[in-house]
Design a protein. Structure first.
Ligand SMILES: C[S@@+](CC[C@H](N)C(=O)[O-])C[C@H]1O[C@@H](n2cnc3c(N)ncnc32)[C@H](O)[C@@H]1O
Length: 284
């Protein structure tokens, strides 16, 4: 049975501590806070999610009418290093960015200072947001809702702070993915017998974000049906599954990457069926 984590303050504190110590810097080794640091993060972000935009800047154009954000009130949840915050500001949106950790707030503020950009950037918990009802035209929650003990509550908060007719986009992890089912549960859990030492949730935490430092505190994966249930209070909900072709390329194993000989359309089909990245969009 899947674990539930409702109202788990101790776990939330652990999640906060972990992300504060391990800010999501895409393994960039340039001097933290430098121009090279932020631009290398942007480059890696683009390489990781080619399916989100045609070409390069601005990001996310396949899912967000970026030009249409001009003058709109936008909330960027879990700003991390400000990779998306910067994009939204450059499109002319009136941006508020939040993150659970002081480190992410510091890194996002440094990025904006570097480019003389302005936004409200503050420490806040998405599960309990300090904003009035019906405040924002657009809410983006990229790579964060699955790290929160109370994911349902955070989604309810997104709905609450959106204006009627406002739109949201979230990126979360897809459960029926090569990454989870094949690499983690089969590869690590069963074939390498890690299920002898980890329960399923601990195994997932161990081998997703932060695998190089022993794993993170909480990473939840959902099926398409579960996403639809989670976001059922929104209308026009769409769930799209993606990955980049690096995933099928490495099948059946990174040491035997026969998948790279698959036709491009087969690789794309694998990514759309069993990719790890779920993009959820909806309207209040
Ligand atoms: C994988 S990182 C993604 C950061 C950024 N969105 C990006 O793509 O680079 C996850 C982020 O979620 C933040 N986070 C986790 N729980 C949160 C919460 N309850 N409220 C706000 N931010 C949270 C973490 O501090 C961390 O910065």
């Amino acid at each position: 049975m899947r674990k539930t984590f409702s109202n788990d303050a101790a776990l939330n504190a652990k999640v906060r501590g972990w992300w504060h110590a391990n800010p999501f810097n895409y393994f960039v080794d340039a001097e933290e806070g430098s121009w090279a640091f932020y631009r290398n993060i942007d480059r890696k972000f683009l390489k990781w999610i080619p399916f989100m935009q045609k070409g390069g800047y601005p990001f996310l154009t396949n899912y967000i009418d970026m030009k249409g954000l001009k003058g709109k009130k936008l909330l960027d949840i879990a700003c991390g290093t400000g990779v998306l915050t910067e994009q939204f500001i450059r499109m002319g949106a009136d941006v508020t960015a939040i993150d659970l950790t002081p480190k992410a707030v510091e890194l996002t503020k440094k990025r904006l200072d570097l480019y003389h950009l302005n936004a409200v950037v503050m420490e806040a918990d998405a599960q309990q947001m300090p904003f009035a009802d019906n405040t924002f035209d657009f809410v983006c929650a990229w790579g964060c809702l699955m790290h929160m003990p109370e994911t349902e509550k955070a989604i309810g908060e997104i709905h609450r702070v959106l204006k009627p007719g406002g739109k949201m986009l979230a990126m979360m992890y897809h459960r029926n993915s090569v990454h989870l089912r094949y690499a983690i549960q089969l590869g690590r859990g069963i074939l390498r017998a890690k299920y002898l030492t980890y329960d399923d949730q601990s195994l997932i935490n161990r081998y997703t974000d932060g695998a190089h430092v022993g794993g993170n505190m909480l990473a939840k994966f959902y099926t398409r049906k579960e996403f639809r249930n989670l976001f059922s209070q929104f209308s026009d909900v769409m769930v799209a599954i993606h990955d980049n072709h690096g995933v099928p390329n490495q099948l059946p194993h990174p040491w035997l990457p026969l998948g790279k000989f698959l036709p491009k359309n087969v690789k794309e089909w694998v990514c759309r069926q069993w990719g790890m990245t779920a993009i959820i969009t909806g309207t209040k």
